[in-house]
Design a binder for this molecule. Structure first.
Ligand code: CDT
Length: 601
């Protein structure tokens, strides 16, 4: 074997709404036999290959709609197994698209890669970029594309995978690297680049592309149908060729095409494109047809090691907008910035895209891991791409919760001993215990990176957002400790109250969620009656209960979670380039130890 593999697209012509499934399945099997007789090693079938392209129809009846979906194991289900059995018999791999209904009743536009030799699925992909709309067009003659109505967006991402037994797996290159996408995905550079970044060598893409759909993508409703279809074909080839070139990979595209029911036109144009962007093979009809080519995967090396050597040439520091911003944000109009027509905004400044990642260690000083996990989950959706939060849970003998002074000191010692040796790996530290925890002061003395606790961070946010804050505390004892801490932070003049839920820290998790949320909501409402316009959650273990409290107190009251407030406070300080001042109380503890010749702690 060499690294040359023979790949085929099985183009499928018209499939009518009423066509029996057995008839369509038989056509697919015959195409596979044809491809195998031509020596194909892997054959790509189109998107939703087993039925007509039903998303063009508004189907109100649930049972009628469900009949277009495949249920159970695609390789063994009655409606589809013949194709997989044939692939196994012929020893030819296949990739095929289908409408997937999961056991839990979810629907996806899916494709799989089936490895004939082992009779197993090597990979499954669910279409991410669903085109069209949820509602049909009011115009009864319009061609609809109701994919957003019938499918959920795919949840597997774009994962490349290795395919054994097609080519020599050299020590240097290994097995061929494949990736899959479905129809509309091919128009999105992001999908290709995600595969390109995994070194993809072959991209498979099945499609159903309407030739004439002026409501959907025409330049105007009077567009000439032939011109529209020619445009659609041009755009199809444009993206397949351009993206194969910019990711230095082969691509195979397989159309479902022709005139379904004599009325609905889908373009043909199944192609095999090389890593230089040139078409190597192309369909000649708009009916059932095999398109086949020999693909020498080593042809990808030139692009991958020169023009598109990503490691050498990509500049990720300028790409943050790509993942942080889904829609367009235009630059401000020049007219609003000229003197005579000013709206008061003189000019704007923006920083460069992130250049440095800020690494924050979220230090849970107790030994209960689920609390650390809950904090990470809470903060994750709020994070910009340049801030990474790492979870740390104090090792035993740290106590399982911090409910009093003894726990406070014991947990601080256990946590500090573990954190200090690894502290150089982080830019800032958030102590995730809602108290004036001893670990905060220890780390401030010992380290120079900024340190804050979630209580202090939430009080600073509360002071910014409102005039009086209230704290929802866990047990009665916390109320006393938090009163002292509020005084310590100099915030007592702004405190409307601290009220207890009469719950132990671990009861936040162990008691029925409904009961805990009801108690916290009731306490939140009492604090609002006491005069609070901002509430803070008085325990790291309360992070995931924020939404329930918000709902209970209404939108005029702000609820601050100290974990989120702390992470963003620290990220801001790091961006400002600040450190802990070392002249006063936070002078280095290490220097003192060294002076005393103490080489332990
Ligand atoms: N099936 C599918 O994804 N079709 C789309 C229609 C595009 S609507 C603008 C396609 O990209 O071909």
């Amino acid at each position: 074997m060499t690294r040359t593999i023979r790949l085929a697209a099985a183009q499928v012509g018209a499939v009518n709404l009423v066509d029996a499934r057995a008839k369509t399945l038989d056509r697919l099997v015959r195409l596979l036999e044809d491809a195998a007789s031509k020596g194909a090693q892997a054959v790509l079938f189109p998107e939703c290959a087993f039925t007509t392209f039903f998303p063009r129809h508004f189907i109100a009846d649930a049972a009628e709609l469900e009949a277009f979906f495949e249920h159970g194991d695609i390789t063994t289900a009655d409606n589809t197994r013949a194709l997989f059995d044939k692939a196994k018999e012929l020893g030819v791999d296949i990739s095929v698209g289908f409408a997937e209904a999961t056991e839990s009743g979810e629907h996806y536009n899916t494709c799989v890669y089936y490895h004939a030799k082992t009779g197993s699925l090597l990979s499954k992909y669910r279409k991410v970029h669903l085109p069209g709309d949820y509602e049909p067009y009011p115009d009864a003659e319009a061609t609809n594309q109701l994919e957003k109505r019938y499918f959920k967006p795919g949840d597997y991402g774009f994962d490349a995978f290795r395919v054994p037994d097609l080519a020599d797996a050299t020590r240097e290159r290994g097995e061929p690297i494949f990736g899959m996408m479905i129809c509309n995905d091919r128009r999105w550079a992001e999908a290709w680049r995600l595969l390109g970044l995994q070194g993809v060598e072959v991209v498979f893409c099945g499609y159903n592309t309407t030739g004439y759909a002026p409501h959907l993508w025409g330049t105007n409703l009077q567009q000439d149908p032939q011109e529209a279809a020619a445009n659609a074909l041009f755009h199809h080839k444009l993206v397949m060729q351009a993206h194969s070139y910019t990711n230095a990979c082969f691509s195979v595209s397989a159309a479902r095409c022709g005139w379904d029911d004599g009325k609905w036109n889908l373009i043909a144009g199944s192609t095999i494109v090389g890593p230089d962007g040139k078409i190597m093979a192309e369909s000649q009809t708009d009916g059932d047809e095999i398109v086949i080519a020999d693909c020498d995967l080593d042809m990808c090396r030139s692009g991958k090691t020169r023009t598109f050597d990503f490691a050498r040439h990509r500049r990720v520091e300028h790409y943050s907008r790509l993942i942080s911003q889904p829609g367009v944000v235009e630059p401000p109009h020049l007219s609003s910035m000229t003197n005579g027509h000013s709206n008061g905004v003189s000019r704007s400044v923006a920083g460069p895209a992130f250049t440095k990642t800020t690494r924050i260690l979220l230090c849970n000083p107790n030994a209960t891991e689920f609390m650390t996990e809950a904090c990470l989950e809470m903060v994750q959706p709020t994070l910009p791409p340049d801030v990474v939060v790492y979870g740390f849970t104090a090792p035993k003998p740290a106590p399982s919760a911090v409910e009093g002074n003894f726990d406070n000191i014991m947990s601080a010692a256990a946590a500090a001993r573990a954190i200090v040796p690894i502290a150089h790996q982080y830019d800032a530290f958030l102590v995730a215990c809602y108290s004036d925890h001893a670990l905060i002061r220890m780390l401030r003395e010992e380290l120079s990176q900024p340190v804050i606790g979630i209580m202090e961070a939430s009080l600073i946010a509360a002071r910014t957002l409102g005039s009086r804050f209230g704290i929802i505390a866990t047990a009665d004892r916390s109320v006393y400790m938090q009163q002292d801490a509020v005084r310590h932070y100099g915030m007592d003049a702004f405190c409307a109250g601290i009220r207890s839920c009469k719950l132990g820290v671990l009861e936040l998790e162990s008691k029925p969620e409904k009961e805990v949320l009801a108690t916290m909501s009731a306490v939140g409402k009492q604090l609002v009656e006491d005069g609070a316009d901002v509430l803070t959650l008085g325990c790291a273990g309360m992070s995931n209960m924020k939404a329930a409290v918000e709902k209970a107190v209404g939108e005029d009251v702000q609820v601050v979670d100290g974990v989120v407030a702390g992470v963003h406070h620290l990220a801001g300080l790091c961006r400002m380039g600040t450190k802990t001042a070392k002249r006063g109380a936070w002078a280095s503890s290490k220097t003192g130890r060294e002076r005393r010749r103490q080489d332990w702690y």
